[in-house]
Design a protein around this ligand. Structure first.
Ligand SMILES: [Zn+2]
Length: 220
């Protein structure tokens, strides 16, 4: 296994919007055609107020596809102009769907972390917060409640976040580019440095973490 890793290190990009990218989880848009690689599909809180039935029908269909690894991004956002109640209902339906298809949830959360934690008991699948860049107290609380955290570009610049990542357990961590345009290898290297570990060990740990998806990652 370690020998294989040296031959071709794969920097798995946990959440991204780059269709041409081969390694990672592409965030599929509503009614977009199914890509060849892995993807996730969900109803973002931003789009939760309109045509729910159509969107949910679509989501139910694609959620069964073998390349669909997770439901999301979905979640709660305190900075958008959409009713909390609507957002919570739409999120709740997606948690139920994730339970039904037995696939993890990729979560978008802005200023609604305590509400998010109260939803956790509804989910029977792993919960991963994508693009985490908030305070240590919030991160610690999420970790205490067993959430995985996926970190993005902010880790390259944000010193407080770097302090947090330094001590965050790597077995609950993923890395992602999201909609940003940069080499994810830089982020892997940064996190390996912060954790004082070898780059290949971090790559290997994240491959290990990907077992929450029950897929043969080595083949992709
Ligand atoms: Zn995204």
């Amino acid at each position: 296994m370690p020998f294989l890793l040296f031959l071709r290190m794969t920097y798995f990009d946990f959440h991204h919007h780059h269709l041409e990218k081969e390694t990672g989880i592409y965030n599929l848009g509503f009614r977009e055609s199914i890509p060849n690689g892995f993807f996730s599909a969900g109803i973002h809180p931003q789009f939760s107020a309109e045509n729910f039935d159509q969107k949910f029908d679509w989501l139910q269909k694609v959620s069964h596809h073998e390349n669909c690894l997770a439901i999301g991004e979905c979640g709660l956002d305190g900075l958008i102009d959409i009713d909390d109640e609507i957002q919570e209902n739409v999120f709740q339906r997606q948690i139920e769907l994730a339970n039904d298809v037995n696939k993890p949830l990729i979560i978008h959360c802005v200023r609604r972390f305590s509400q998010l934690i109260s939803f956790q008991k509804e989910a029977n699948v792993p919960l991963i917060i994508h693009g985490f860049n908030k305070r240590k107290t919030i991160g610690d609380e999420l970790h205490k409640h067993d959430f995985y955290l996926s970190f993005g570009k902010s880790v390259l610049q944000n010193v407080n976040l770097q302090e947090f990542v330094k001590q965050f357990p790597t077995e609950k961590l993923f890395l992602e580019t999201d909609a940003e345009d940069f080499e994810i290898e830089l982020l892997y290297q940064k996190v390996a440095d912060l954790q004082s570990m070898k780059l290949e060990n971090l790559v290997q740990q994240i491959e290990e973490n990907l077992k929450i998806f029950n897929i043969p990652i080595d083949d992709k």
